[in-house]
Design a protein around this ligand. Structure first.
Ligand code: PEP
Ligand code: MG
Length: 561
């Protein structure tokens, strides 16, 4: 039996035959010239026709899907006819380059420019490279790169998927996603989770398997096995029946002995909030407000903001909605707040810190929140991202008070905030642990990088200790303040139990994970969760912490989580 270990990013156990993504379109030779007898005008016209065809094909695919997939495909379609891309290719053709070589080089420079801008723009860099390959394939008259057509379902393997590919995945045809590259936060991983497809990333070598090979995939454990054995066949068959059980959350998160752990949703806008309410989320634990304005070059007005916030508040009348003020910077740049030339954006002017360089935006956001709150029935809590000191917490609380916001809080995602939680929580009403960033900063490991995936897990004992210290700070003499978790850690059912045992009061996650977390949480008492937290803290490594806890939670195995 041949195994390909990787990082499990979306649960599910499945057996199927694999199909590899076609090899990428080969690079047209450097220095390739216009063929004899073809004028620059003719070559440019042919290029434009090919670009238009790619644009139309992507638009047509966009029309057949909805949600995230549609937006990604529409954005990629626009890139195919991007003026800057086509103009710089035409310039190269004017200097004698063949049209294939010209679009190749133009794509490379536009992609590099986007990459250098960093963060969200850098993600678009891959889209340009995807688009240029499609245009070259069109010019060559060969099939476009992308998901292979197949009449029967298959497991898709790729080195890493482009957004345009993942977005059009037909979950009826594609059973699971495996990539040789990419990290747990890669576009592929995020889309797989939102589609509910089992997925394993960073499984080196899996891209070498021949088409038609039968494999077993365990998307929770991060295991891929060639020629599955009987026990794996049984596990896959069992998953097929239990998966439906995991589709519904009854709306009450609690341990077996009735200790309440409200299970909340992470949302990026009204659409997510409505979907989360439909899945019985007990409220919103993280509203990432910057997601409403990622495409904006200018600051949204107070009215625009109030309307966007009200859309989320209205999905949860009478329930808690924790809104986070703009977390601009690093992987989420907002042109009106962030400096694209910073050398280390993750350590730069990000989140609350943008108030140091662009004062006024935060105050106006707080006004917009207060206005939206007045017109809605949600119980609105407001927290600042990237708080590092008690002074910052104190100033944020004053700004909230001035705006008429009653429940100010902070995110704990910088290790200094966890270490000084007692002082910080004297200043504000609550804290929410952002374990994605807390892990990246505690381990000094970029959360986007596949090769650092083993470091970048909240199972690291160092990260669990920081969680424990934050809870201790929240219970210090003189105050007792709620501390939730809103990072991806909350969506891992085993870790959710450990976090509960460490004393966190709420868990907030992608709405699709609510049912699985609830199902596991209700199998342990609070005392058992506390024992498991102690066990995890005592482990010498992240791998052992996870393995030891999982061993004590047989329900995970039963449910295939
Ligand atoms: C986090 O850092 O854990 C978090 C929830 O914030 P984001 O992922 O948006 O940075
Ligand atoms: Mg964060």
């Amino acid at each position: 039996m041949q195994n390909f270990p990787g990082v499990g990013v979306s649960p599910g156990r499945i057996i199927g035959t694999i199909r590899q993504m076609p090899k990428p379109v080969s690079e047209p030779p450097a220095g390739e010239q216009l063929p004899a007898g073809v004028t620059a005008e003719e070559a440019t016209a042919a290029l434009k026709t090919a670009a238009k065809a790619v644009h139309n094909e992507l638009r047509a695919r966009a029309a057949t899907v909805s949600g995230d997939g549609k937006a990604v495909l529409e954005a990629t379609a626009l890139m195919a006819t991007d003026t800057m891309l086509l103009k710089s290719a035409a310039k190269l053709i004017g200097r004698g380059a063949s049209n294939q070589r010209a679009i190749w080089e133009a794509g490379a420079s536009v992609s590099e420019m986007l990459h250098n801008l960093g963060g969200y723009m850098a993600e678009r860099a891959t889209d340009v490279l995807d688009v240029r390959s499609r245009i070259v394939a069109e010019l060559r008259g060969v099939p476009a790169p992308g998901i292979p057509a197949s009449s029967s379902p298959f497991i898709l393997i790729a080195e890493d998927l482009a957004p345009a590919d993942t977005a059009t995945l037909d979950p009826e045809k594609v059973l699971a996603l495996l990539t040789a590259g990419g990290g747990p936060q890669s576009h592929t991983a995020i889309i797989a989770r939102s589609l509910g497809l089992p997925a394993v990333v960073a499984a080196a070598g899996v891209d070498q398997l021949p088409d038609g090979t039968e494999v077993y995939v365990d998307g929770a454990a991060g295991i891929i096995t060639v020629d599955p054995d009987e026990s794996q066949r049984a596990a896959a068959a069992a998953w097929a029946t239990t998966a439906s059980l995991l589709a519904a959350f009854d709306g009450t998160g609690a341990t077996a002995d009735g200790h309440p752990v409200p299970l909340l949703a992470n949302v990026g806008g009204a659409k997510d909030a409505v979907a989360a309410a439909g899945l019985n989320a007990q409220g919103v634990g993280l509203f990432r407000t910057e997601f409403c304005f990622l495409e904006r070059d200018t600051e949204p007005t107070v009215e625009e903001q109030a309307a966007a916030y009200k859309g989320v508040f209205d999905a949860f009348p009478g329930k808690k909605v924790v809104l986070r003020t703009l977390d601009a910077g690093a992987d989420k740049p907002l042109p009106f707040l962030t400096d694209a030339t910073e050398p280390n954006p993750a350590l730069g002017v990000r989140g609350y810190r943008t108030d140091f360089t662009t004062p006024g935006v935060l105050e106006r956001q707080l006004q917009a929140i207060a206005r939206a709150e007045k017109e809605s029935e949600a119980d609105v809590w407001v927290m600042a991202p990237m708080i590092s000191t008690a002074e910052e917490a104190s100033r944020f609380a004053s700004l909230c008070a001035e705006a008429g916001i009653r429940t100010p809080g902070v995110m704990v995602e910088v290790p200094s905030a966890a270490l000084t939680a007692e002082a910080i929580l004297r200043e504000v009403a609550f804290a929410s642990l952002g374990t994605n960033d807390l892990t990246q900063y505690a381990m000094a490991a970029d959360r986007q990088l596949g090769p650092l995936a083993a470091l970048n897990t909240p199972w690291q004992p160092a990260v669990l200790r920081l969680v424990g210290l934050t809870v201790e700070g929240s219970l210090a003499e003189g105050h007792s303040k709620p501390v939730g978790v809103c990072g991806e850690a909350a969506a891992d059912p085993a870790l959710a139990v450990v976090l509960t045992g460490l004393g966190v009061t709420t868990l907030s996650m992608t709405a699709r994970a609510l049912a699985a977390v609830a199902a596991v949480l209700k199998t342990v008492t609070l005392a058992e969760a506390q024992e498991l937290a102690k066990l995890a803290l005592s482990a010498p490594s992240a791998t052992e912490a996870r393995a030891w806890v999982r061993e004590k939670l047989p329900v995970l195995e039963e449910l295939g989580l």
